[in-house]
Design a protein around this ligand. Structure first.
Ligand SMILES: *Cc1c(COP(=O)(O)O)cnc(C)c1O
Length: 344
């Protein structure tokens, strides 16, 4: 029987990291107040405000899909449109969650290379807006890091937030892999978010090392009003919230979130380098975070899958995604490369 090897299938195949696990265990030792009235939740929110160096409003939900959909619902009227990249997770992987929770908003798709919104195409879309007859653009949503493992630079985000503000749009950032982006850019989180005019950030913990639990962070506190009710109505208010919050304390202490992300990013760079140099495999997008998109012929992909390696085709006909995480080891990379070269 072949052993299933899920190491590169996604960054959410990884276990809970030791720091998050220890913090969870500590919070599990005794009774505590429910629904977020506990000290772990308060501390985690305070630490987020410290790390972002601003007085933002912070909420916990269980999944990234809930974070995005509820944040966007909070930022939009039902007749608003949400501009996003055509390969955005909110477009391709959330089963219409944003449309459902906004109660009528439409995703307005923008193209652009390497998974990033092309500013010229975004401007053209705004110019085409057909007054009363089509959805009124209300939000621009960008993913940082992107679905293709690339990272927006400060200048690229600035161009988007300036366009948004010139057109009275809010800016949403899907940060399911925000840690990987900050590790890659090596800068203070405020520099890539509220200082540039990002209104709401969905900050992911799951792919960084928790079991579950994502943050919705409102830098623009004017739009957080009654968000707690929206979270509750959506069934996303954890009653044992301390058990969502405590693992975040494990991530946030001693920069564990950044160390986990740096490790994952480094592993992805190494995997990409070895695929190129040892197996002559083409890498399709710049490896700026923890994803490697590799062009593999079908026969090679099938051989690898037959040897137990799990990973997904992302772009037809032959581009596959390999994800690294805090837990990826040099041994994992070596084993994978050996199987690639054996079957090449
Ligand atoms: C993983 C991911 C999410 C959240 O997904 P869930 O499975 O709902 O937690 C959101 N955005 C991006 C870009 C992602 O990669």
């Amino acid at each position: 029987m072949t052993v299933e090897r899920d190491q590169f299938a996604s960054d959410n195949t990884a276990p809970i990291c030791p720091e998050a696990w220890a913090a969870l265990q500590e919070a599990n030792a005794d009774y505590a107040a429910a629904y977020g009235e506990d000290r772990w939740t308060a501390r985690a929110c305070d630490q987020i405000r410290e790390i972002f160096e601003t007085d933002c409003d912070v909420f916990f939900v269980f999944t990234g899909t809930a974070a995005n959909a509820l944040a966007l619902a909070q930022m939009c009227q039902s007749f608003h449109g949400i501009m996003c990249h055509q390969n955005a997770h909110i477009q391709t992987d959330e089963c219409g969650g944003p449309e459902f929770f906004t109660g009528g908003s439409k995703l307005l798709l923008v193209g652009g290379g390497n998974g990033k919104i092309d500013i010229g195409q975004a401007k053209a879309l705004l110019m085409r807006q057909n007054e009363l007859h089509s959805h009124k653009p209300g939000v621009i949503s960008i993913a940082q890091a992107t679905e293709f493992g690339t990272v927006y630079t400060r200048d690229e985000i600035t161009a988007i937030t300036e366009l948004a503000h010139a057109n009275e749009l809010f800016v949403h950032m899907d940060g399911a892999r925000f840690a990987n982006a900050i590790a890659s850019l090596n800068c203070a989180p405020r520099i890539m978010t509220w200082e540039l005019g990002v209104d709401v950030l969905c900050f992911g913990g799951t792919k960084n090392g928790t079991a579950a639990g994502e943050l919705v962070i409102f830098f623009n506190k004017k739009i957080s009003r009654e968000f707690d009710y929206r979270v509750k109505q959506a069934g996303q208010l954890g009653s044992k919230m301390r058990l969502l919050a405590a693992p975040w304390l494990g991530l946030l202490a001693n920069d564990t979130w950044l160390q986990n992300a740096r490790h994952a990013n480094r592993a992805a760079r190494q995997l990409a380098q070895n695929l190129q140099s040892e197996a002559n495999v083409e890498i399709v997008f710049p490896v700026e975070a923890n994803a490697v998109f590799a062009r593999l012929d079908d026969q090679l992909a099938q051989c690898l899958q037959a040897r137990g390696w799990r990973f997904y085709k992302f772009i037809e006909p032959d581009v596959y995604r390999l994800m690294c995480s805090w837990a990826t080891t040099e041994g994992d990379i070596g084993d994978f490369i050996r199987d690639v070269t054996l079957n090449h």
